[in-house]
Design a protein around this ligand. Structure first.
Ligand SMILES: Cc1cc2nc3c(=O)[nH]c(=O)nc-3n(C[C@H](O)[C@H](O)[C@H](O)COP(=O)(O)OP(=O)(O)OC[C@H]3O[C@@H](n4cnc5c(N)ncnc54)[C@H](O)[C@@H]3O)c2cc1C
Length: 378
């Protein structure tokens, strides 16, 4: 039997974060990933590190810790991470009221952002559609990473810098502490095991998932061909529909009326949970999304009608030189209705960590650091 201090099941962002944090604290780590390379939610997202969407307090703090870790990866591991910031651009008076309320409350809550009047916004953010622009919230804290490249690079960095043992193409089939067993016949004796298996509820500890109240959510995404002539989007872009999506805006008194209007005016967007965001990676591609279908019995096929809803709305807020879509895909994440993550300890020393919802790239490093701060002797 082989030995390590810590086993991590899952090579998505949550598993990588818990593995890195354990290694930073001097633990020997073995990481198991079922597939030959990670290919689930963690490589299918926008690559937005998005503190502005987190509610003030502990979650915002964890997002800022994650942000620091991403910048460390940029410097140490050559992971591309752009300090692009974000804009919420709105074209209706009630949405503008939400932005103004948020911007005036934010400094007192330790959130860095700035309300920008339309005339100035059009000059500063030339990608925005100027006609009818009512206001913009600019936040400097958001990062852009390329999830496909980053999630492929981080494991080898952890191996090089911290001596982590990697087991790709190796499904964990049983955890009976202190033993972790794999489908390839390996057995490892460990002091602690983190099960970070994303949307796989069936293989390990199905009772934990059944009791947790988490749900799966399917999201449709697209990306354009590289934009011509080095054109840049600038900051990540979100529109009015996004105000109802992230918890951070819940503190704004005007938000409930905006949500009611959106539901009445955009019934199809509401039906498929469409709100619209865009980011641009180092290749010049603009990544566009997304929809949110909750449940579990998802169609394996994607809906062109949902893609059309997303693109129609995006055309209201941005002027892309090139709208040709080069790729379409969907991802599935796990979300709890009220918690930012779920953790459970089905056996002493074994911790299931999942359900970061739409914020795994934003919260995972900070969440792993917070877990180890709370359990320094684990
Ligand atoms: C379309 C989309 C857009 C998103 N955009 C953003 C964004 O811009 N910013 C942001 O912060 N978040 C975003 N998210 C959310 C983020 O991607 C997720 O929260 C995060 O990737 C979840 O990470 P994970 O490690 O829990 O899951 P996963 O990435 O699914 O990783 C779990 C891994 O565990 C492996 N595994 C499962 N069972 C076993 C087993 N028994 N043995 C071995 N391996 C196993 C799987 O193969 C998988 O690789 C988005 C999500 C989606 C789907």
């Amino acid at each position: 039997m082989q030995q390590a201090d810590v086993a991590v099941v899952g090579g998505g962002i949550v598993g990588l974060a818990f593995a890195w944090e354990a290694a930073r604290r001097g633990r020997s780590v073995v990481l198991f990933e079922r597939d030959a390379r990670s290919k689930m939610a963690s490589v299918r997202n926008f690559g937005m590190v998005w503190p502005i969407g987190q509610p003030p307090g502990e979650q915002y703090r964890r997002a800022t810790v994650s942000r620091e870790r991403w910048l460390e990866l940029r410097d140490l591991a050559d992971v591309w991470a752009a300090e692009c910031g974000s804009v919420h651009a709105v074209y209706e008076a009630d949405e503008d009221a939400v932005l103004r309320e948020f911007a005036s409350a934010a400094p007192g809550l330790g959130i860095m952002c700035e309300y920008v009047e339309p005339a100035a916004a059009v000059r500063r953010f030339p990608a925005l559609r100027p006609e009818g622009l009512r206001g913009v919230l600019f936040s400097p804290t958001e990062l852009c990473v390329d999830p496909r490249a980053a999630i492929a690079r981080i494991p080898s960095f952890l191996q090089e810098a911290h001596g982590i043992t990697l087991r790709f193409g190796t499904a964990v089939t049983a955890v009976a502490m202190p033993t972790v067993r794999t489908a390839t016949g390996e057995a490892w004796r460990v002091r602690r095991c983190f099960v970070c298996s994303g949307a796989d509820f069936e293989t390990l500890f199905p009772n934990v998932y059944a009791a947790s109240g988490v749900q799966r959510c399917k999201l449709q995404m697209m990306r354009t061909v590289p934009q011509p002539g080095g054109w840049r989007l600038g900051p990540h872009l979100a529109g009015g529909l996004t105000l109802g999506h992230y918890n951070s805006f819940e503190m704004c008194p005007s938000l409930s009326a905006v949500k009611r209007r959106h539901a009445a005016e955009f019934p199809e967007h509401a039906r498929f949970g469409v709100h619209v965001m865009a980011s641009q990676n180092h290749l010049g591609e603009v990544v566009i999304g997304d929809s949110h279908e909750y449940g579990g019995d998802f169609s394996p096929f994607d809906s062109p009608a949902i893609d059309a809803l997303i693109l129609d709305y995006l055309r209201r807020i941005v002027r892309l030189p090139e709208w040709t879509i080069a790729g379409r895909w969907h991802g599935v994440y796990v979300k709890h209705p009220t918690k930012s993550y779920i953790t459970a300890e089905p056996q002493p020393g074994c911790c299931v960590v999942t359900a970061p919802g739409g914020a795994g790239m934003t919260l995972s490093f900070g969440t792993a650091a917070a877990w180890w701060d709370a359990n320094p002797n684990a």
